[in-house]
Design a protein around this ligand. Structure first.
Ligand code: FES
Length: 161
C-alpha cells in the first residue's frame, strides 16, 4: 500500500548527513564512525559534501537493533556486506540477518546461564579454590598446565643482593 498520491513528489533518494542524523536519531559523529567501519557508505558532491542513499536509514535501523542485542560491529559489517547495494533492504533480508543473530544470542544466553548456575555454588562461599571453584578454574583447566605455581609473577620476586 502506498501513502503517496499520484500528485505527491517522489521520495527523496539522496540525503545529507544532517538529514540522516535527524531521521535516524544518531549523531553525525556516529554516522562518520559507522562509515569509517564500512557499515554504511556515502558519496561526495562537487562541493565535497557527503550524500547518502535513503536505503541508509533502513541499514542504520538494522545496526541499532543488532547493537542492542550485543552483536559486535565487525559481525554486523560482515552481514551488511551481503545485502544488495542497489535497493533498500527488504523484510526478507532482515529475517535472514535476524535469524543468524538469534543463533548467536541463543549461544550467548546458554553460556551466561551456565555461568550463573556456577556462580550459585560460589555465592556465600568465597573460597576461590583452584581445586573446587568452577569459576576460578573451570573444568580444572589449570591441571593440564602441570604441577606447580601458575600464577607466580617472577618479575615480582626480589633478586638476592
Ligand atoms: S568461591 Fe568457593 S566454589 Fe567458587
Amino acid at each position: 500500500m502506498s501513502f503517496l498520491s499520484p500528485d505527491s513528489p517522489p521520495p527523496k533518494v539522496e540525503l545529507t548527513v544532517g538529514e540522516v542524523a535527524k531521521r535516524s536519531g544518531l549523531a553525525v559523529s556516529a554516522l562518520h564512525y559507522y562509515e569509517s567501519r564500512g557499515l554504511i557508505c556515502s558519496w561526495r558532491t562537487g562541493g565535497n559534501q557527503r550524500r547518502y542513499h535513503r536505503r541508509v536509514l533502513r541499514v542504520l535501523a538494522m545496526i541499532k537493533v543488532a547493537q542492542r542485542t550485543g552483536i559486535d560491529l565487525d559481525t554486523i559489517a560482515d552481514a551488511l556486506a551481503e545485502l544488495p547495494a542497489d535497493r533498500i533492504p527488504s523484510h526478507t533480508d532482515w529475517q535472514r540477518l535476524s535469524a543468524r543473530w538469534r543463533k548467536v544470542l541463543d549461544a550467548r544466553i546458554s553460556a551466561l546461564t551456565a555461568l550463573r548456575d556456577q556462580l550459585d555454588s560460589c555465592i556465600g562461599c568465597g573460597c576461590l579454590s583452584l581445586a573446587d571453584c568452577p569459576l576460578r578454574n573451570p573444568g580444572d583447566a589449570i591441571a593440564s598446565e602441570g604441577p606447580g605455581a601458575h600464577f607466580l609473577d617472577l618479575n615480582e620476586i626480589d633478586e638476592p643482593r
